[in-house]
Design a protein around this ligand. Structure first.
Ligand code: ATP
Length: 237
């Protein structure tokens, strides 16, 4: 459905110091949908995220964001900060936590009203129980919760997450994937990069494989089988 389309990358070429690493990437991210970007190391997944979120300007191609009435606006030249105001957010860098402030104070940075904070506490009772504790003393998993909690109350339109599970304990990873599904239910358009295909394939709606700076295959998750995965990682999909 064209009305779901929120963020569109068209013919993106980008690179570093004059070396092109994306050779014409096309992608569409839809509201209430998870697009998983998979592929071998160095395929260009992180670079694609950086272009989508506004951290890296492409040398050619355009990034477009749908407005309220579905009209597309060229945001290629908008910075990451400007994009975040328009609802395109990069996670988790978009919202760091302040270790010397309490949980309550941290949440107040993003959520002005007590009602909004209470919604976070309902969802994360363990944060509620420790609301006067400084964030620096929380466990890694709790810090992760504190980082993402405001997203549930004030969901972005588009969330770009580059390996959100990297280096995290399995239980925390599970929680991240549950959270991602919650955001999808709120209508967020998610662009997710993961090195480990097995986890992401359980939640993704659409899968795009990248190989040497190009999208080699893109389609519904239901069409991704063992053969397609193998082919994609070998760069022959
Ligand atoms: P990985 O899964 O290893 O993170 P990736 O698919 O995310 O890989 P990118 O990180 O986008 O791939 O990297 C694509 C290419 O661009 C690689 O050859 C990489 O070495 C290069 N590259 C990435 N970041 C930079 C940078 N900041 N400066 C120079 N080259 C870079």
């Amino acid at each position: 459905d064209a009305s779901d389309l929120l963020l569109r990358l068209r013919g993106i070429r980008a690179g570093y110091a004059g070396v092109e690493v994306l050779h014409g990437v096309d992608l569409e991210v839809r509201s209430g949908s998870i697009l998983a970007l998979l592929g071998a190391n160095g395929a260009g997944k992180s670079t694609t995220c950086a272009v989508a979120a506004g951290l890296l300007a492409p040398t050619s191609g355009i990034v477009e964001l749908a407005g309220e009435r579905g009209e597309f606006r060229d945001i290629t030249r908008l910075s990451a900060v400007r994009r975040s105001r328009d609802g395109v957010l990069l996670a988790p860098e978009g919202r760091g936590i302040f270790p010397s402030l309490t949980i309550d104070e941290n949440l107040s940075m993003w959520l002005r009203s007590a009602a909004e904070r209470d919604r976070v506490y309902e969802r994360f009772p363990n944060l509620a129980a420790r609301r006067k504790v400084v964030a620096g003393s929380l466990s890694g998993g709790e810090q992760q919760q504190l980082t993402v909690a405001p997203l549930l109350v004030r969901p972005p339109r588009v969330l770009v997450a580059d390996e959100p599970s990297l280096g995290l304990a399995p239980l925390v990873v599970e929680e991240i994937f549950r959270f991602v599904v919650e955001l999808r239910e709120l209508g967020v358009a998610l662009l997710l990069v993961e090195e480990k295909a097995s986890e992401i394939l359980t939640v993704a709606d659409t899968v795009a494989f990248m190989s040497v700076g190009r999208v080699s295959w893109c389609g519904p998750r239901s069409e991704v089988d063992e053969d397609r995965l193998t082919a994609a990682y070998l760069g022959i999909a």
